[in-house]
Design a protein around this ligand. Sequence first.
Ligand code: HXC
Length: 258
Amino acid sequence: MTYECILTETRDKVGLITLNRPKAMNALNDQLMDELGLALKAFDKDENIHCIILTGSEKAFAAGADIAAMVGYSFMDAYKDDYITRNWETMRQIRKPVIAAVAGYALGGGCEVAMMCDFIIAAENAKFGQPEIKLGTLPGAGGTQRLPRAISKSKAMDMCLTARMMDVVEAERAGLVSRVVPLDKLMEEAFAAANVIASMSLPIIMMAKESVNRAYETTLSEGIQYERRLFQASFGTEDQKEGMQAFLEKRPAVFKNK
Ligand code: HXC
């Protein structure tokens, strides 16, 4: 498959997707989001791939939805024909882990896409923000919903209402990102994390992702029940036997992804 707005490559069991509209700070237009959806689904289906990394450039992960493309849209373009927002939820259907490796600006839709990933590793120059309010609109792909869950209502309101950007020190303190690394170490760290994940049992990794995500969708007691069922289900896999046996025999586990 040839893409125009993204680049894809694979390294061992890791699939890398790079947002690639450098002249527009990786602004997210419909074509890019269509391609991103296709690439994510293709890696999700590929049984040789166990983990996905999504990144942008050193200057910008993505500076948001493409303002030039959407400036003239009518309500009907946006609502009935689903311009701008189509395909933004594809990420939620991806069952394998997706790591966002963020350098530079992650603004508006860029911040929202980063938050849709399973966790964010940020370079020291990363900046996060929801500046839509300055454009006379508001976040449209989960910013008002995922930010309060990620960093508290107070900080989410601050960012959505004032449009201010958050640097990595604040973003790590607030819990938006899981790790901060020097810019020249970003991809090394992202691949190191992805390779660790890829060395585990794929079905168990998928169950763990599913279970953590459940925490956002349900009550605590339902979530704990859900987790317990998946934990119990893990005992039906060969990989649980191998993992525990390997520990007892003081050797590395060799998972068969079964
Ligand atoms: C279209 C964009 C863009 C965007 C940057 N560019 N962001 N084009 N859509 N979101 C373009 C600029 O027009 C410019 O093109 C080139 O990229 C370089 O940008 P500059 O502004 O010259 O660079 P700089 O001064 O370094 O400033 C970087 C920036 C700024 C801080 C990131 O570009 C900026 O504020 N961008 C807009 C951020 C934003 O408002 N995002 C939210 C979008 S709404 P030319 O041709 O002049 O070189 C949104 C809604 C999501 O995301 C809804 C989801 C469904």
